[in-house]
Ligand binder design. Structure first.
Ligand code: B12
Length: 217
């Protein structure tokens, strides 16, 4: 029992200290010990990066420390993501274009959402960060996607989600738009006319499934 707690505590500390290699090693050890990768991401890694954010807010951390913490988190996630159940792949493929909106470089949450969607039978096209509205629309059209997932982490970039919804409607695309990211709320999704919102990667999978079931795909 102690080992379980200590692995989480260890990765927490490794991320806070920006220890990239160590974080990856701890993630490997967690897998070797049969830990469920998603649980480990959510209970070990996510609280650590959030704490790094709080320390940044409080002036305890400066940007370089936040950057190295994020790098350590990504190194751990790269190890853990490989093992996030590929078991559901027999399901009918549904196509999702995912990205972080223009002007925003935060990609940890977006990548987690993409990984989980893909582990749950979606074909995911990750366009990375700084994705313009035009690019989202163009990719959705050329891939004949069922869904666009747009992540925004800054209050200043959330407006891109509104423009995205408008552009998708204007283009007449039959594609659901799902929005998310730390500052995004259901009320914002409603206000901009998005089809869906989820507060976490796990919830994003059920919302996506529901939206596409509603569309009778
Ligand atoms: C790590 C981090 C960084 C890293 C990003 C590294 C990377 N590769 O992503 C670095 C250091 C580079 C960074 C830079 C900056 N950051 Co920063 N960053 C954070 C921090 C601490 C954590 C974000 C994170 O990864 N969380 C963990 C993930 C797992 O959570 P998540 O992103 O919320 O995603 C989950 C859900 O939201 C949801 N979700 C996410 N996307 C989507 C999409 C869809 C479709 C759905 C359905 C769901 C969904 O599912 C995810 C998993 O459960 C946050 C603080 C916070 N509390 O969010 C600040 C924060 C977002 N950053 C902030 C700021 C200000 C900046 C900078 C402007 C700082 C600067 N002065 O330069 C720059 C931004 C530059 C830019 N143009 O983008 C502010 C934003 C404030 C605001 N009101 O807008 C925050 C809130 C910190 C703060 N309190 O000041 N940052």
């Amino acid at each position: 029992m102690h080992e379980i707690q200590s692995l989480e505590a260890e990765i927490h500390q490794a991320i806070l200290e920006g220890e990239e290699e160590l974080a990856a090693q701890i993630a490997e050890r967690a897998l070797e010990q049969g830990r469920e990768p998603l649980d480990f991401v959510e209970n070990g890694c996510v609280p650590a990066i959030r704490e790094a954010g709080e320390l940044f807010d409080e002036g305890e951390y400066f940007l370089p420390e936040l950057v190295t913490a994020a790098q350590a988190m990504k190194a751990a996630m790269a190890v853990l993501e490989k093992e996030v159940g590929a078991s559901d792949s027999g399901r009918a493929r549904r196509r999702a274009v995912i990205g972080t909106v223009a002007g925003d470089i935060h990609d940890i949450g977006k990548t987690l959402v993409g990984t989980l969607l893909s582990a749950n039978g979606f074909e995911v096209f990750d366009e990375g960060v700084g994705v313009t509205v035009e690019r989202f629309v163009e990719r959705a059209r050329e891939l004949d996607a069922n869904m666009i997932c747009a992540s925004a982490l800054l209050t200043t970039t959330m407006v891109e989600q509104r423009q995205l919804v408008e552009a998708v409607r204007k283009a007449g695309l039959e594609v659901k738009v799902m929005v998310g990211g730390a500052p995004v709320r259901q009320s914002w999704a409603d206000e901009i006319g998005a089809d869906g919102y989820a507060e976490s990667a796990v919830a994003a999978v059920s919302v996506a499934r529901q939206l596409l079931a509603d569309a009778e795909l």
